[in-house]
Design a protein around this ligand. Structure first.
Ligand code: KPL
Length: 334
């Protein structure tokens, strides 16, 4: 059995922990706040699937899920080191891009102690640069998922739609993908055992960019216009802007030699249709007055565009408008 630590008590982190624990794979969950830790320790974690609510025990020695907070990290690190004598250890970073700071990278490195494999499930790009400053790139893995999850409270998550999860080495983003065998294979096994549809990808860069372009088209526009995903393609001017954002991103990928799915534009429209009633994560962030992931989505594209001198005027404007919305929220909060 593998030692698994999931960092992040958002929808994906809770879903992963619940499904791992229910499939007989104990895990440790590290959440950001002491309040979420206390609530989870008190009531357990609840997973809702098709209206059926199941409880995962978090108290007692045999609990399949141990919950700690970032503030407990020092003692938790010690516990993990004791646990990980021989078994592989996976640290799943299930936090938002905005939470992948230098500090989190250093905490992760302290937990890993050079022995663990780190699996990143963030949207966008840029986090690998921060992590690889303190963790060997060969220990970092990228994961792209289309699973749907909704966090209902600190202690309850709903699995709103099944999808596919791809895993691949972060090194593939920089050089040729090494053979994905060995320890990582068994993280794939953990996911499969937990009931996820998961695959090793020999082209994870394409998968990452695939999701990146979908997010770069849908997220800023829904946040700026304050509309749900399904409304975007239905508005002619918004749909033209979607297409322009898409063309700019696809052109950049082409320039960088990143292969994209041939029908990616149709997929963007399909995502809007399938998630029609949803508010994008960026719109949710703006409405809640939180920092958005714009820097790692449109900002990530613009960084790459600068290096290759690829013009992206519409992406640049969308980026600036979302930054202005963040600024607005900031000013109102002060
Ligand atoms: O991933 C998403 C997000 O909101 O971040 C999409 C695919 C746009 C669904 O809302």
């Amino acid at each position: 059995m593998a030692n698994i630590t999931v960092v992040g008590g958002g929808a994906m982190g809770l879903l992963l922990c619940a499904k791992l624990a229910l499939s007989g794979q104990p895990a440790e969950l590290i959440v950001r706040t002491d309040r979420q830790r206390d609530e989870l320790r008190q009531s357990g974690l609840f997973l809702v699937v098709n209206g059926i609510r199941r409880r995962i025990e978090t108290a007692g020695e045999d609990a399949p899920l141990v919950v700690n907070a970032l503030s407990d990290m020092a003692s938790s690190t010690r516990q993990i080191r004791e646990m990980m004598r021989e078994e592989p250890h996976y640290i799943i970073l299930a936090v938002k891009q905005t939470a992948v700071t230098r500090e989190l990278a250093e905490l992760t490195a302290a937990l890993a102690k050079g022995k663990a494999q780190i699996v990143c499930i963030q949207n966008g790009i840029g986090h690998v640069d921060k992590l690889s400053a303190v963790i060997p790139l060969s220990d970092i893995w990228l994961s792209v998922t289309t699973e749907g999850a909704l966090k209902r409270s600190f202690t309850e998550v709903e699995h709103t739609g099944t999808g596919t999860t791809w895993i691949g080495p972060a090194e593939a983003c920089i050089s040729e993908a090494p053979d994905g065998a060995g320890m990582q294979k068994s993280w794939l096994d953990c996911l499969l055992q937990a009931g996820f549809h998961a695959l090793m990808s020999n082209n994870i860069t394409s998968r990452v960019w695939h999701k990146l372009l979908i997010n770069a088209v849908i997220n800023p526009l829904t946040a700026i216009l304050r509309i749900r995903n399904g409304e975007l393609p239905e508005r002619p001017e918004a749909c033209r802007l979607m297409r322009e954002l898409f063309e700019e991103g696809a052109g950049l990928a082409d320039k960088l030699g990143i292969e994209l799915a041939p029908r990616l534009w149709d997929e963007v429209l399909e995502v809007c249709r399938l998630t029609a009633a949803n508010r994008s994560s960026m719109l949710q962030d703006v409405l809640a007055g939180r920092r958005t992931e714009i820097d790692s989505i449109s900002g990530g594209l613009l960084d790459r565009a600068r290096v290759t001198e690829h013009p992206m005027p519409v992406t640049q404007t969308a980026y600036r408008l979302v930054k202005a919305l963040e600024e607005n929220n900031q000013t109102q909060a002060e």
